[in-house]
Design a protein around this ligand. Structure first.
Ligand SMILES: Cc1ncc(COP(=O)(O)O)c(C=O)c1O
Length: 429
């Protein structure tokens, strides 16, 4: 059940990730991104341009690539069908109303998509593109690049988006003792002074934690003080366990606090809500001035959502019945699987979303060791938490955690959970 928690400060677990020398070195004439607007041009040109970086070399492999490497030489137990709690890709069937709407609108393929709405090709694309739109990549007088603040653990797109926009990610660790809240009060003033964009994810991947009104009050105050844009990733906003308590969204929080949407942009999508991750349909809403720049950026970037999928998306957004049915399936799975796994691992029902985020320390294994042996012995895939986080302030906050995506049907999830219970009992015995 989703219960809004009181504002949870966190101990000083933030960190500064040292700037790779090659990040954010676009300083010469013509390098200024004309899309970086909103009066946040505090960074000044530096006299000596630095060499253009090979930004791709700064990327980490995606978590699933790391998982493939971890499992490379492992042969899973024979006779057990594979069960995956690895990738967070919905497996519930796509509702017929969406399939029908796709077919009915195929005639629209002959027209260009309209430009007065901001549909996007999934929230991933929007999360990435927003950073390219709002970041001013020029260094300040001290030669320091712009900062993008990310929660830790986090959805890896934020990091790549920051790097490719010429900024530097700064990770704020989430604290398990405080429902995985981030302690923004521990971020130093000089970091805030360089911050141009802050990503939040609520409900969170991988923790499922939902920001409260007090959390939002704090973030808005910080944004007002320091002038950064807030990008609110809400792609799990419609997966929750209590119909009477939907997660609080950024725009609603702004409205409740009696403010406008200045420097606030939220993204969501149909991928999890309507089980159509392959349709790549999402939207962006919020500060009109930012959306104007964002639309201009996307005119060049060119990832318009097809008119066919726009029509199907309208049908999907207009129907709530399939969304409630979808939630009911998650409620059934979480209420079956959570008590089983809570017997053997440190974990509890999350606020929302479809992941279990479990501390495996008591098994005596690391998160990678746990994932590897579980796969070898029981043919069940879970994702090591350390692959979803970065070492910040000397700690990787995903270490000793595993993420389990309960996306398969209830029988498969229950069977997978039983294998994990057997595995943990065998380790303990
Ligand atoms: C936190 C988070 N944000 C955004 C996305 C992107 O979803 P989509 O692009 O399908 O809307 C995902 C996908 O798993 C996610 O976990």
């Amino acid at each position: 059940m989703y219960v809004p928690l009181p504002c949870l400060g966190v101990s000083s677990t933030t960190t500064y990730i040292a700037a790779p020398a090659c990040v954010a070195a676009r300083t010469g004439e013509g390098s200024h991104c004309s899309f970086a607007a909103h009066g946040r041009r505090r960074l000044r040109h530096r006299a000596e341009p630095e060499p253009e970086p090979q930004r791709a070399t700064l990327f980490q492999p995606y978590p699933f690539e790391k998982l493939r490497a971890l499992f490379k030489d492992v042969t899973p137990a024979a006779g057990l069908a594979h069960i995956s709690f690895g990738i967070g890709e919905p497996k519930h069937p796509t509702p017929a109303l969406i399939r029908d709407a796709v077919i009915a609108s195929l005639g629209g393929l002959s027209a260009y998509p309209a430009t007065h709405v901001l549909p996007v090709s999934g929230s991933r694309e929007a999360l990435f593109a927003l950073a390219q739109t709002v970041i001013d990549p020029r260094r300040n007088e001290q030669g320091e690049p712009a900062i993008v603040i990310c929660p830790n653990p986090f959805y890896q797109i934020y990091e790549g988006a920051a790097i490719l926009a010429g900024a530097e990610p700064y990770f704020v660790n989430s604290d398990p003792a405080r429902n995985f809240a981030c302690d923004y009060s521990a971020v130093p003033a000089d970091i805030w002074a360089r911050t141009q964009l802050l990503y939040v994810c609520s409900p969170g991947n991988p923790t499922g934690a939902v920001l409260t009104l007090e959390d939002w009050r704090e973030l808005f105050a910080l944004s007002d003080r320091h002038g950064f844009v807030i990008a609110s990733d809400e792609c799990y906003s419609e997966i929750y366990f209590d119909e009477a308590n939907p997660p609080l969204g950024a725009l609603e929080a702004a409205h409740r606090l009696g403010r406008g949407y200045e420097r606030l942009v939220m993204m969501s999508s149909l991928s999890k809500r309507s089980n159509v991750p392959g349709m790549r349909s999402g939207f962006v809403a919020g500060d009109a001035a930012i959306l104007k720049d964002f639309l201009l950026y996307r005119t060049y970037h060119g990832a318009a959502l097809s008119t066919v999928y726009q029509s199907a998306s309208i049908a999907a957004w207009n129907d709530e019945a399939h969304v409630r049915e979808n939630r009911a399936k998650y409620v059934q799975k979480f209420s079956t699987v959570t008590p089983m796994l809570a017997e053997v691992l440190e974990m509890r029902l999350p606020d929302a979303a479809f992941y279990l985020w479990a501390d495996v320390s008591r098994t005596g294994l690391t998160d990678t060791g746990f994932a590897q042996r579980l796969y070898a012995d029981y043919n069940v895939t879970v994702l090591p938490g350390s692959y979803l986080a970065r070492t910040a302030h000397g700690v990787n906050p995903g270490r000793n955690f595993v993420r389990m995506a309960l996306v398969a049907d209830v029988d498969e999830c229950t069977q997978g959970a039983q294998r994990i219970v057997d595995f943990c009992r065998r380790l303990a015995g």
